[in-house]
Design a protein. Structure first.
Length: 453
């Protein structure tokens, strides 16, 4: 079912130079000092705010006693992708945003950087997480997709002694961690280092394997005892305006994947990013770091409705990204020689509607069209769910293209299928996908525990 492909990506020195860490690693004395600030709260709000419920005070306490390996194992017990999450989690609105220090008008504990410190210590020493059960399960489980949800599910099952296979259509595992998260947050080699740890637990990875139709699904149902769907979302929504098929129109995730995994550092001099979510911000910042003189984000709503996190917005402004609010792209214009000349937009304004429930709507302003000079356009306007595949799985209940599951177990309406991550939640954080995958892994193991009796 597909050939074995390289389980690594070339570490590009030029990419590393242009994308230094957003939050540099703590040195040992810095980590010790910061860890000693923690109040070791009882019933800590930071742990409750973490979707994987890492015992934050416990792992930090272990750093204060210089038991850094024990700290890492505490993290891994809850979150097998603790290293990735320490870099990419929006800690400002999760654990650190819940820190009691904020109520004392003090800086929150740097939980994310302390977690990274412990996890880097663990990985730098080539350590492995322990098994969670001594039994060897005869059941075979397959995880479709090799993103964070599937990785967490596979690791949980492998630690409990099950035979697990992970399938992915791409050449490298890790999903968005490898391909879609900005380099200054998470380098592809760091993502793959975590996956290698999971592989060493006994998980089999098969790359270049595409599950496309009901026949492929039927084959999986025959071969495996349980199936976990961690397939994420589908392709980005198409930019439905004239000129959108130009080769210099590159969707945001493809743009990020090119420089992260293929070493393609090509970027326009004047770049326009369409959309204002966190992925749009990542792409805009990357374009600046790759050498674009001018990067502009175009968004059809106002700054007040910005979907990206506030700290991401502030970071983009520091990178030199400009913003055009209440603007709707209408056409891409090209030079006679073929290159992009400009993106034509129309101004929008909020208008009251007759439907009170709908509220005000952004409507075009007559005669307000304007042109943004650019030679590259990067749409970041959201993803469509993989409905075409999911609808072919008979007995699987969908709602708006999302797989419906029991949130406590990840089990779907089909008894053999479990699911988690973006195909269930519509596109949330890496840590949410990890939590989904772990819950499903635990539930799958429990469903077969009678076999151990």
């Amino acid at each position: 079912m597909g050939g074995e492909l390289p389980f690594a990506v070339q570490d590009n020195g030029e990419v590393a130079r242009r994308f230094p860490d957003l939050h540099p690693a703590l040195r040992p004395q810095e980590a010790l000092t910061e860890a000693n600030r923690c109040l070791n709260c009882f019933d800590p709000p930071c742990a409750a705010a973490c979707p994987t419920h890492i015992d934050v005070p416990r792992f930090i306490k272990k750093i204060t006693t210089q038991n850094v390996m024990g700290s890492a194992l505490t993290i891994l017990d809850s979150n097998i992708l603790g290293a990735s999450c320490s870099r990419v989690c929006p800690v400002d609105v999760l654990c650190e945003g819940a820190c009691v220090m904020l109520h004392l008008n003090k800086q929150p504990i740097a939980i994310g950087r302390l977690q990274r410190y412990a996890m880097d210590y663990f990985h730098d020493r080539g350590a492995r997480p322990p098994k969670k059960a001594n039994a060897e399960g005869k059941q075979k489980i397959v995880c479709v997709g090799a993103g964070p949800a599937s990785l967490a599910c596979a690791a949980e099952l492998a630690q409990r002694g099950f035979q697990v296979t992970v399938l992915d259509r791409r050449g490298l595992p890790g999903g968005l961690n490898t391909y879609g998260v900005a380099e200054y947050k998470l380098r592809a080699p760091d993502s793959l280092r975590e996956v290698a740890m999971i592989r060493d637990l006994g998980v089999e990875f098969r790359f270049g394997v595409s599950i496309d139709d009901e026949h492929d699904l039927a084959a999986l149902e025959t071969e495996y005892d349980a199936i976990f769907l961690g397939i994420g979302l589908g392709a980005m929504h198409e930019l439905a305006i004239p000129g959108a098929n130009h080769p210099a129109v590159v969707d945001a995730l493809e743009f990020i994947a090119r420089y992260k995994t293929a070493g393609d550092l090509t970027v326009g001099n004047n770049v326009v990013v369409i959309g204002a979510g966190n992925t749009a911000i990542d792409a805009a910042n990357a374009a600046r770091r790759l050498g674009a003189a001018q990067v502009t984000i175009v968004y059809r709503r106002s700054e007040r409705e910005l979907p990206a996190f506030g700290f991401e917005f502030e970071h983009a402004k520091l990178e030199g990204v400009s913003f055009e609010w209440l603007a709707q792209p209408v056409a891409i214009h090209t030079y006679p020689a073929g290159g992009i000349a400009s993106l034509e937009c129309v101004r929008l304004e909020w208008m009251e509607t007759e439907d009170d429930a709908a509220g005000p709507q952004a409507a075009p302003v007559l005669g307000s069209n304007f042109h943004l000079l650019c030679d590259m356009v990067i749409p970041a306007i959201g993803h469509a769910p993989l409905v075409s595949l999911l609808e072919q799985c008979r007995g699987l209940e969908l709602d708006g293209g999302r797989v419906q599951v029991d949130r406590a177990t990840g089990r779907t309406s089909h008894p053999k299928y479990y699911a988690g991550g973006d195909c269930v939640n519509g596109g949330r954080e890496v840590v949410d996908a990890v939590a989904d995958g772990k819950r499903a892994g635990v539930a799958i193991a429990k469903s077969f525990e009678a076999a151990y009796a």
